[in-house]
Design a protein around this ligand. Structure first.
Ligand SMILES: C[S@@+](CC[C@H](N)C(=O)[O-])C[C@H]1O[C@@H](n2cnc3c(N)ncnc32)[C@H](O)[C@@H]1O
Length: 383
């Protein structure tokens, strides 16, 4: 019989956490982060910072400065609201990814719609459900683009009632002009631990859509050379847009499989970032936890290939390895394997300013139930 997501998580973490702790961790995945965090780019002048905060206030949200990461502001997520499907409304079913956005008040864009009742018209209110679980996630209003389904031409359904609310800033002029970028605290912390400096040469092996890369550029005032890889065409397009909007320079972009960099390229770098593709078990809120043993093993094996290549490419310097996953298999276990395989590396001893020491005292774990953010793992390996 197939194990449930919770069973897989339990098996993975049972050596390190009690049953109650795993249960609490699991339940926290179904709620959003306590704060939605937004990076205000460091080169903004004070007037624009003030204007951005006022804009977020005007959307009905409280904004505070992050006490740890000075480029971030924290927006308190609103909810949980008590909403129920409207019996007289027709139904629309959306994919998991879209459902997890709707649950926080984000609108539905055309690719997310899986199926819907017949006879809908512009202006109708609809109940929105996730397609696999049939879980109710919110109520929306049908917009013209529901019928045209043109990508990039606005929302197909405007979410009008949801369990939680984060600011819908996707199309704001501040994002389009590159003044701000939504980014989790854990993601920002990863870049802090990479310690990018002017004149560094940095290889970003999994770079798109560029959340960390653009912060590297900001922190080094475009004076570090960055080699950015990603194998996904769609995500590289997003990366290009973000780089342009945020006026990042000194970045060379490669659409290629970075597991084979050592065979095809010769880079002389002193820092490598592996923001690895992962099971995304730490990302929240979830409608359900999609985790099975076989794919967990295979993603962990995949991640080892990036680590192995990075070890070959780096002559001297650091590798920062991060995932937005909470499993042992993808994090501590992979890093223990790496340190055994490549004894010339040692983990850097970090005193966490966010999160806590991991289960093996190697890197940092951010557990969503303890720190209110997404679940995350970061470690620094030094040669
Ligand atoms: C966690 S995301 C990176 C997020 C990014 N660092 C940021 O901060 O915005 C992982 C990325 O790895 C990319 N990826 C997956 N397999 C890859 C491979 N073999 N070579 C290069 N990139 C890969 C995915 O396309 C995805 O964009």
């Amino acid at each position: 019989m197939k194990m449930s997501g919770l069973d897989v998580l339990y098996k993975d973490l049972k050596e390190f956490l009690s049953k109650d702790e795993i249960q609490e961790l699991y339940l926290s995945l179904f709620e959003p982060r306590k704060y939605f965090s937004i990076r205000l780019n460091e080169d903004l002048n004070k007037n624009i910072r003030h204007e951005v905060k006022k804009y977020i206030n005007s959307l009905g949200f409280e904004v505070i400065d992050d006490p740890i990461f000075n480029e971030l502001v924290l927006v308190k997520v609103l909810g949980k609201f008590d909403i129920k499907p409207e019996p007289h409304c027709k139904n629309v079913f959306v994919d998991k990814y879209t459902a997890e956005a709707v649950i926080q008040g984000i609108d539905v864009y055309p690719p997310g719609i899986s199926k819907h009742d017949k006879g809908l018209r512009v202006g109708d209110n609809v109940n929105i459900f996730e397609i696999n679980t049939k879980k109710f996630v919110g109520i929306g209003e049908v917009k013209e683009n529901f019928f045209k389904r043109i990508k990039g031409k606005g929302e197909a359904i405007k979410t009008v009632a949801s369990f939680w609310k984060i600011p819908n800033i996707k199309d704001s002029k501040y994002i389009l002009n590159g003044y701000i970028y939504p980014q989790s605290r854990a993601s920002v912390y990863t870049v802090y631990l990479l310690e990018p400096r002017e004149n560094d040469k940095i290889l970003d092996m999994c770079s798109a859509p560029g959340g960390k890369l653009t912060l590297i550029c900001k922190k080094t005032r475009n004076n570090a050379k960055v080699y950015a890889f990603d194998k996904s065409k769609v995500r590289i397009e997003k990366l290009l847009r973000n780089i342009k909007a945020q006026r990042c320079r000194n970045v060379e972009i490669y659409r290629d499989d970075s597991r084979f960099i050592d065979m095809k390229y010769k880079f002389d770098v002193n820092k490598i970032l592996i923001d690895a593709p992962c099971s995304a078990t730490g990302v929240r809120p979830k409608v359900y936890l999609n985790l099975d043993e076989k794919s967990l093993k295979s993603i962990a094996t995949y991640q080892r290939q990036f680590l192995k290549t990075a070890a070959k490419v780096l002559k001297k310097g650091i590798i920062v390895y991060s995932t937005c996953s909470i499993t042992y298999e993808e994090n501590e276990k992979n890093i223990k394997w790496f340190l055994k395989e490549f004894p010339e590396f040692s983990p850097r001893d970090i005193k966490p300013i966010f999160g806590e020491k991991d289960f093996e005292d190697i890197g940092i774990r951010i557990l969503p139930n303890k720190f209110g953010d997404s679940g995350y793992y970061i470690c620094v390996l030094e040669k």
